[in-house]
Design a protein. Structure first.
Length: 338
């Protein structure tokens, strides 16, 4: 019979996995004041981490994290992650999210985008190495460019125009993946690479130019919905809570291939015309579609193959588009002038 547990003989603290310390884990989140970053920070706090956010607020905002300000486990440092990162004390996990992520942002900030993907990733990896921490890079489906393989599997090397307007983002993330693997191979840093597909939810900036804020704010104002090109290009939209859960599981995944890139996204694919119709339905809008020129190098199709995430993480999205649009639309309604 096992010994009875009494107050004097507490059960030993058990780690969730071999790396999770019995003491409180410490996570650093670069870009933690952004859309995805702020949701990740909330999840980490709710799962017992101490969290340090580093963000230069170029595209992030303190609005996304101000509700965490009184939390003793939360700390915010306003800093550009391309500069040397020094932190006192232990760090167990580095989550490197910092980067502009909307096509109009990286068109406006091409050099900062390239710098954060290259120099910023270098500094974040250096921090992880010096602390013996595990490192996770948020890469992107943009590494597949305008894909010739559909749906996109992680083994596909992509079709990217390095000198086009999206090249600054695509190539900085491709470089970041290469640097991450180099730190893994040369320095033995434990690394994870997630390739994030289109994601939506509360805290996207109303004017960030991406299709979800654009269509929802146009629909809520009963203004024309601007479909670029003929609207036959496809995307697949993942709700933010699903995405963050997938990223979290990847960081803690102990599978033998966990250091290889892993797609996280929702495989439900639709054309931009279908998406416009869905937004009109979900908002009850009177808006009509107008067509605008298709931006250069706009990928014609995008849909993640998530076989790998299913197998190694036991993950798949749970929130369908109609469900995810409810809090998303409510959020944009609260941000738009009445
Ligand atoms: N798009 C559109 N109207 C807009 C904004 C975007 O039709 O007002 C299209 C864009 O051309 C692309 C898709 O929506 O085909 C998704 O664009 P987004 O900027 O959200 O991200 P991307 O997936 O291209 O990185």
């Amino acid at each position: 019979m096992p010994p009875r547990k009494t107050a004097k003989t507490p059960a030993p603290k058990r780690s969730r996995n071999a790396r999770t310390p019995a003491v409180q884990p410490v996570s650093v989140v670069t870009g933690g004041a952004g859309f995805l970053g702020s949701h990740l920070v909330e999840l980490l706090l709710s799962r017992g981490h101490r969290v340090v956010v580093i963000d230069n607020l170029v595209t992030g905002s303190t609005d996304n994290i101000q509700h965490l300000a009184g939390n003793p486990d939360f700390r915010f440092i306003k800093q550009d992650v391309t500069e040397y990162l020094y932190l006192d004390g232990s760090v167990n996990y580095v989550w490197h999210l910092a980067s502009p992520a909307s096509p109009i942002d990286y068109l406006e900030l091409p050099i900062q985008t390239l710098k954060v993907g290259s120099l910023g990733t270098h500094k974040a990896l250096g921090l992880a190495m010096s602390k013996g921490a595990r490192f996770l890079l948020t890469s992107t489906s943009e590494v597949y460019g305008d894909p010739l393989v559909h749906p996109q599997t992680e083994s596909y090397w992509g079709n990217v125009n390095p000198i086009g307007p999206r090249g600054c983002y695509d190539e900085s993330k491709r470089f970041a993946e290469a640097l991450t693997m180099a730190y893994h191979r040369e320095h033995g840093v434990e690394t994870r690479i997630v390739r994030i597909f289109n994601t939506y939810g509360p805290r996207m900036r109303v004017k960030d130019g991406r299709v979800v804020p654009a269509f929802v704010s146009q629909a809520l104002g009963n203004k024309p919905i601007t479909v670029f090109g003929d609207g036959t290009q496809t995307r697949s939209f993942c709700f933010v809570s699903d995405l963050i859960e997938g990223i979290y599981r990847l960081m803690f995944c102990e599978h033998a291939t966990a250091n290889q890139p892993c797609n996280i996204g929702n495989p439900h694919e639709m054309t931009m015309l279908q998406f416009a119709q869905e937004i009109v339905r979900a908002t009850g809008s009177k808006s009509r579609v107008v067509h605008k020129p298709l931006p250069q190098d706009d990928p014609k199709q995008r849909k993640p193959d998530i076989t790998r995430a299913r197998e190694i993480l036991g993950w798949e999205p749970r929130i369908n588009l109609a469900e995810g649009l409810v809090p998303t639309i409510a959020y944009f309604r609260s941000k738009l002038p009445v």
